[in-house]
Design a protein around this ligand. Structure first.
Ligand SMILES: Cc1cc2nc3c(=O)[nH]c(=O)nc-3n(C[C@H](O)[C@H](O)[C@H](O)COP(=O)(O)OP(=O)(O)OC[C@H]3O[C@@H](n4cnc5c(N)ncnc54)[C@H](O)[C@@H]3O)c2cc1C
Length: 370
């Protein structure tokens, strides 16, 4: 028997595996792509802060940015190119307005007086090698190339075929969780992304973040990514790559180029932009215990009913390489201490929202046994 089975070997699953393994837990990760997950391996993976005025999400993302920069620098310095990023405005109305955002950047920076609105050189920003990072995070963890169709509770443990585990973490990215809980599936938005690499003679001193991210890579530039809401993957296409290159040309002289790679993947984003990390709640059991939840009531002291020792880690959107190490650490701590995770990322918020938005019949009809 193992301590924890993690379903999904992208950045979300690998990050939780890393922290549990470092706490002495016996961990196995299953992934049905043979650990070449479409989304995580297609990623930039650019590490740059959320720009903007203070908000609850920005405060959370700033904390995650600081955590991930220091986590990568300490543990994977060879994989993290902390080269700095020039951040251009996306839609500010004036140079003064953009300049004022400097007060809220969670890193040392310089303001560069470049046309038209200037740009911040954010020193802690950079880029990480996603494939090598996930491989390194999973060192010492059992990796199993397998599709898990279902899990079953047997006494105190979970069983998935031959695998028996005390805890299970669902880190399935944009794929519907193997536990049928519509409050999760219906509130995870799928965002398709395409990225391209071009061969060019241009040499960049820093990464660039404008409408698109641009980074120097071996033999050229990586440019990404598109954000298209879609239930199904979109075929890789030249038009989208040309659109990315056009946006890159607004801030960099690219000159002659040749497209040498085009990749894509499906991101999972939560409806309120915060990642989803914590216990998987049982909507049917919760509703029969607290029927008033359907009218929008909130539980003041009691917690919703949950599946014991079952957790979820997903919904990191376009910023998984910034957010996932941080939320994985919070989740690993909650699993080990049996403690409650912070409410902003707790799946309970999605459960309450789901009950509020559905009539009793809808919620009960759609709430099936796993
Ligand atoms: C083009 C592109 C560019 C991006 N750029 C950036 C960037 O610059 N910076 C950044 O931070 N983020 C970026 N992202 C976002 C980031 O890549 C994703 O949010 C992140 O990879 C999602 O990770 P994940 O582990 O949740 O999901 P995934 O990477 O999708 O991993 C989930 C894995 O679980 C497997 N799985 C699911 N169900 C089962 C099952 N039942 N049994 C076995 N295996 C299962 C899946 O096959 C998959 O391999 C980008 C994404 C794309 C597509």
């Amino acid at each position: 028997m193992i301590d924890c089975l993690i379903v999904g070997g992208g950045i979300a699953g690998a990050s939780v595996a890393y922290f549990l393994k470092h706490s002495g837990q016996k961990v196995a990760v299953v992934d049905d792509t043979g650990f070449v997950s479409q989304a995580s391996l297609a990623a930039g993976a650019f590490i740059s802060p959320v720009m903007g005025k203070p908000s609850k999400f920005k405060t959370f993302a700033d904390e995650a940015f600081r955590f991930s920069v220091s986590f990568y620098s300490q543990n994977f310095p060879k994989l993290f190119n902390r080269c700095g990023s020039l951040i251009y405005p996306k839609n500010e109305k004036s140079k003064e307005e953009f300049f004022a955002l400097g007060d809220y950047i969670p890193s040392e920076y310089d303001f560069m007086d470049i046309n038209p609105f200037g740009a911040f050189l954010v020193k802690d920003s950079g880029i990480i090698n996603p494939a090598a990072l996930i491989d390194a995070m999973l060192e010492g963890v059992d990796r199993i190339d397998l599709n898990i169709g279902a899990i079953k509770k047997e006494g105190d443990v979970w069983r998935a075929g031959e695998i028996v585990a005390k805890n299970v973490v669902l880190a399935q990215g944009a794929i519907a969780p193997i536990i049928n809980e519509p409050y999760l599936t219906s509130q995870i938005t799928k965002l398709w992304g395409q990225k391209c690499k071009i061969k060019t003679n241009i040499a960049l001193q820093y990464n660039i973040s404008s409408k698109v991210h641009i980074a120097q890579i071996d033999g050229g530039l990586a440019i990404g990514a598109t954000h298209i809401r879609s239930e199904t993957p979109i075929a890789i296409n030249r038009d989208d790559s040309m659109g990315l290159i056009k946006e890159a040309k607004e801030v960099v002289e690219i000159g002659d180029f040749e497209i040498i790679e085009e990749v894509g993947g499906m991101r999972s984003a939560s409806i309120d932009h915060f990642p989803i990390a914590g216990a998987v709640y049982d909507s049917k059991a919760t509703l029969s215990k607290f029927p008033s939840l359907i009218h929008g009531a909130r539980l003041s002291s009691e917690a919703p009913a949950k599946y014991e020792n079952l957790y979820v880690h997903t919904g990191h959107g376009s910023r998984a390489f910034i957010l996932a190490p941080y939320t994985a650490k919070l989740l690993a701590d909650a699993i080990l201490d049996k403690s409650q995770i912070q409410s902003q990322i707790d799946p309970a918020r999605l459960l309450f929202r789901y009950f509020k938005k559905n009539t009793p019949n809808q919620a009960l009809d759609r709430t099936k046994e796993p």
